[in-house]
Design a binder for this molecule. Structure first.
Ligand SMILES: *[C@@H]1O[C@H](CO)[C@@H](O)[C@H](O)[C@H]1NC(C)=O
Ligand SMILES: *[C@@H]1O[C@H](CO)[C@@H](O)[C@H](O)[C@H]1NC(C)=O
Ligand SMILES: *[C@@H]1O[C@H](CO)[C@@H](O)[C@H](O)[C@H]1NC(C)=O
Ligand SMILES: *[C@@H]1O[C@H](CO)[C@@H](O)[C@H](O)[C@H]1NC(C)=O
Ligand SMILES: *[C@@H]1O[C@H](CO)[C@@H](O)[C@H](O)[C@H]1NC(C)=O
Ligand SMILES: *[C@@H]1O[C@H](CO)[C@@H](O)[C@H](O)[C@H]1NC(C)=O
Ligand SMILES: *[C@@H]1O[C@H](CO)[C@@H](O)[C@H](O)[C@H]1NC(C)=O
Ligand SMILES: *[C@@H]1O[C@H](CO)[C@@H](O)[C@H](O)[C@H]1NC(C)=O
Ligand SMILES: CC(=O)N[C@H]1CO[C@H](CO)[C@@H](O)[C@@H]1O
Ligand SMILES: CC(=O)N[C@H]1CO[C@H](CO)[C@@H](O)[C@@H]1O
Length: 825
């Protein structure tokens, strides 16, 4: 008994310690978020837990910490957690508690953006579709039914986090929480109810008593109990409306998302660094990268509609968790610099000195020492800035940071971090056959296109949201009786369907008639195709396939999905047109595909009827299955889907998302062959690539989905395609490039693999980019290649000084010498 009570006492002391002694006080003033009364510079990065796997989290968060971040930000994804009202899922990669504990274990803070509206290119902006179907509900406004549901879910999340002592006030990692999301962008369209709703959000959030500040992003003039924050490519011109709240930036877009039919976004490291440095120069103290790791839209979580399965975002960590160099390293150097200057930036006296030609200097002085930020906003011309008697050349569109106002320690446009070019390689799957062996099965569509067997009936066309997003697929079936004396017989007849821009396939009397789809940003599309009908009964079957539901905009939740109609038979003869509107006919509806319902994608419940003979090519509505061995090693795995049309894919029963390699990125001339210029304001149409190529050819198969021995890949091919080219590859660094000015050190690393060869090395004024370097007008006469080969080949990493002593004198007179190297890994 005695020992038991001593144990209890120890347990009590332990609990006491953790709930009180380690509690962190988080507050704020006009300069910064304060942690235990100290003003802080906080660098945060978004990693959305469902866009990777729980097995990937520790590595991603560790890399974020090594990249110089203080905090990880995530949204909470309501529709993933509560797919059916009051039925919850917090398993696997939805275990946000485990995610936050992983953040805590790495010693980082967390920013919890509960929303629960999250936008995020996520299906329906994170709202469960069942909300839409609740009687009397209106979303994101002062409506009791909605507010009750929002409060119920928000409370649940807060309670779960409290239960695990995850708020800083309890000794946990969460220092900031967010309610609603970018409501200020749409609020005016909700009138007075919108304002009332925002006030209610703030009050409701504060009533949850979490002991750390609540924020609202993109909310001009927010309620005084929450902090308003900025989102955007740049936020240095944004000012806090509340003088007692700090300047905070919740979404610094490191790149952009991608849509089916869209090109590949790219934002330079120079420009992201410029935006960050400008923000801190102008008094910012908290900023978050959206995204730091974008990841993958597994399953059906992509929103849009038409957001791709990859959500790479050109973030500092790529879709698979690899360092996206030089962005990752260049920003890490900036983070180190900002942390070094934390006190000066948050406590120092600030002097702004505007100068000519779009230049300015800001001096942060503290206790007699000072730090300087020099900016040149001119987009074409370098600028010489004189500060405290010294002259500094500041390149166009860049910020120099001088920690002592005497020496330049960092310039946003001078990238010294290597560039890493990632490649896909087919390497060493043990005894993998040259090509995969496939079996197949037709999706049985006889019951819909011929028998028209429905599960529910209506005398109208229904919006696809009526099925609570149970599937991408909804069949619309009706029949049309044509009398043989009907005047329409003399006409040229067609089927006309007014749709929402989602995918539609039409079948008439059991025969495929045609298909139609759109692209990101299209919410209405009309289909019309000639049709042969028979006297008597005709069967019209339409299949609607959603590619994610709308996630953004005022009243985005009301945007129509599926086939709102009208559906018409149009008979034309010269000027005469006869229209038979089928919209009010009796329609029967069927949700989903038979193979989905029968779990064809999961080997456990798979029926034994997969066929191995006569493998069909380019056949719509077809299931394919193969087995494969996992590529050796630990490099990230992708499956190359070139040759396929569009559909859904599973590995060992885990959905890896929608695939659509047949959708080529539009070739609209936006992809320039010229090198991307970091100078000038970025937008998502700048520096894009991939025009005319498959929007997404490779699909991430997380290592944790794979096992030793045979793995199973199952495809549901909706459009028709050729699976024979499908193969598994790993993502590895293919080559690395570095470029440094004379007397600086060039460092190269093949990310843990040996450098195999030097492809290019020159000390002088090289031209071009990584992969296409060439000698310029001048340089060293001696051969730079062999010097680099000796120092680097066979090693995982190497460093060399760009010195004339090593590489020989150059004949460059009016341009500076640079050492430029491309190494193969
Ligand atoms: C949410 O609503 C359910 C009833 O539907 C109720 O039982 C539960 O207590 C509510 N949860 C919270 C946190 O309010
Ligand atoms: C940028 O610099 C050029 C060359 O000095 C000058 O002509 C131009 O006016 C400047 N632009 C701005 C916006 O300062
Ligand atoms: C800021 O400037 C004022 C006035 O010159 C001075 O009194 C104060 O000590 C300075 N504060 C810091 C932190 O250097
Ligand atoms: C600046 O002075 C304040 C007050 O004297 C002191 O608390 C602080 O530690 C000093 N900071 C530095 C960087 O010397
Ligand atoms: C029927 O109409 C369509 C479009 O209205 C036209 O393209 C087609 O040539 C016509 N066919 C006949 C046989 O008139
Ligand atoms: C077609 O559907 C859209 C909704 O997607 C609707 O706004 C439009 O009015 C419809 N067109 C016609 C001709 O009814
Ligand atoms: C590099 O260092 C050498 C030797 O110290 C010096 O002569 C040369 O001027 C330096 N070059 C530059 C560009 O600073
Ligand atoms: C430098 O030397 C190279 C090789 O001798 C020559 O081709 C080049 O024209 C020279 N450049 C200058 C600027 O003198
Ligand atoms: C605050 C801010 O910079 N907002 C901008 C974010 O980016 C969008 C799209 O580029 C702009 O329209 C906003 O003004
Ligand atoms: C969308 C699509 O690819 N549909 C195809 C379905 O199959 C028919 C008949 O083989 C093709 O004509 C369609 O192009």
């Amino acid at each position: 008994m005695a020992s038991h009570s001593i144990l209890t006492l120890f347990a009590l002391i332990f609990v006491f310690k953790f709930s009180f002694v380690l509690a962190t006080d988080v507050s704020y003033d006009g300069r910064a978020i304060t942690i235990d009364s100290q003003r802080r510079i906080l660098l945060s990065g978004s990693i959305h837990y469902p866009r990777s796997t729980a097995e990937m989290w520790p590595d991603l968060i560790k890399k974020a910490k090594e990249g110089g971040l203080d905090a990880i930000e995530t949204y909470i994804f309501w529709n993933a957690h509560e797919p059916v009202r009051r039925q919850y899922d917090f398993s696997g990669n939805l275990d946000f508690i485990r995610f936050l504990k992983t953040v805590q274990n790495e010693g980082l803070y967390a920013v919890l953006r509960i929303g629960p509206y999250v936008c995020a290119e996520w299906n329906y902006g994170g709202f469960p579709v069942w909300l839409h179907n609740m009687p009397g509900i209106e979303l994101r406004t002062a409506n009791d039914v909605f507010m009750n549901e929002m409060q119920n879910f928000t409370s649940l999340i807060v309670d779960m986090a409290k239960q695990e002592n995850l708020f800083a006030s309890q000794g946990g990692p969460i220092i900031i929480a967010q309610i609603e999301n970018e409501y200020g962008n749409v609020m005016s369209q909700y009138g007075a109810a919108g304002k009332a709703y925002v006030d209610w959000c703030a009050n409701m959030a504060n009533s949850l008593d979490i002991g750390v500040p609540w924020i609202m992003c993109q909310q001009p003039d927010p309620p005084s109990s929450v902090i308003g924050t900025c989102n955007g490519w740049y936020c240095h011109e944004w000012e806090q409306t509340n003088p007692n709240a700090p300047k905070m930036w919740t979404e610094n877009w490191t790149g952009w998302f991608k849509s089916w039919g869209g090109s590949d976004p790219y934002r330079t490291a120079e420009d992201v660094a410029y935006a960050v440095a400008r923000f801190f120069q102008t008094g910012g103290s908290f900023q978050n990268y959206y995204m730091y790791h974008g990841g993958t839209n597994f399953g059906r979580v992509a929103g849009g509609p038409y957001i791709t399965t990859t959500y790479d975002y050109d973030a500092p960590l790529d879709e698979f968790g690899n360092l996206n160099q030089p962005k990752y390293g260049h920003l890490k150097q900036l983070h180190d610099m900002l942390h070094l200057l934390e006190e000066a930036l948050t406590y120092g006296n600030v002097t702004n000195m505007p100068m000519d030609n779009s230049a300015s200097a800001t001096i942060f002085s503290l206790n007699g020492t000072s730090a300087c930020f020099l900016v040149n906003e001119n987009t074409t011309a370098d600028n010489t800035i004189t500060i405290q008697g010294n002259q500094f050349v500041v390149p166009a569109w860049s910020v120099s940071i001088l920690p002592d106002c005497q020496t330049e320690a960092y310039n946003t446009a001078k990238v010294t971090t290597q560039t890493s070019i990632m490649v896909k390689r087919s390497n060493g799957a043990e005894s993998e056959p040259a090509s995969l062996v496939w079996s197949w099965m037709p999706e049985d569509i006889h019951d819909t296109v011929v028998e028209q067997k429905g599960q529910r009936f209506a005398s109208q066309l229904i919006d696809q949201k009526a099925i609570n997003d149970a599937s991408d697929y909804l069949w619309y079936m009706t029949s049309l009786n044509l009398d043989k004396n009907d005047p329409i017989w003399t006409k040229n007849m067609s089927l006309r369907v007014n749709g929402t821009g989602q995918i539609m396939h039409a079948f008439v009397n059991g025969e495929y008639l045609g298909s139609d789809w759109a692209m990101y940003g299209t919410f209405q599309k009309s289909f019309e195709k000639n049709v042969n009908l028979n006297p008597g009964s005709n069967k019209i079957t339409l299949l609607s396939a959603t590619v994610g539901l709308q996630n953004y905009g005022p009243y985005f939740d009301l945007v129509a999905d599926g086939l709102p109609g009208p559906v018409e038979i149009v008979g034309r003869n010269g000027d005469e047109t006869i229209i038979k509107d089928l919209s009010a006919h009796t329609w029967s509806y069927k949700i989903g595909m038979n193979g989905l319902e029968k779990n064809f994608y999961s080997s456990e419940n798979s029926p034994p009827t997969w066929q191995t003979q006569n493998l069909p090519m380019n056949r719509n509505m077809t299931w394919y299955k193969t087995t494969f061995k996992a590529p050796l090693g630990n490099d990230p795995v992708v499956v190359d889907m070139l040759g396929l049309g569009k559909g859904l894919a599973w590995v060992n029963g885990n959905s890896i998302g929608r695939y659509w390699p047949s959708y080529l990125a539009v070739n609209d001339g936006s992809c320039s062959t010229e090198a991307c210029d970091y100078r000038g304001k970025y937008s998502n149409s700048k520096c894009v690539s991939g025009c005319g190529e498959p929007t997404q050819r490779w699909y991430h198969v997380p290592r944790s989905f794979l096992k030793d021995g045979a793995n199973e890949l199952v495809l549901f091919e909706e459009f028709g395609g050729n699976p024979s080219l499908v193969n598994f590859q790993t993502v590895v660094v293919g080559s690395v490039c570095g470029s440094v000015a004379e007397n600086n050190t060039l460092e190269l690393s093949c990310h843990g693999r040996p450098i195999s060869a030097i492809k290019y090395a020159h000390f002088g004024n090289s031209q071009g980019n990584c992969g296409s370097f060439r000698k310029g007008t001048c340089g060293a006469t001696t051969d730079s290649l062999s010097a680099i080969q000796n120092s680097c080949v066979g090693k995982e990493s190497c460093s060399v000084i760009a010195s004339g002593n090593v590489f020989g004198a150059t004949n460059c007179t009016d341009v500076p010498n640079k050492l430029v190297v491309e190494a193969l890994c």
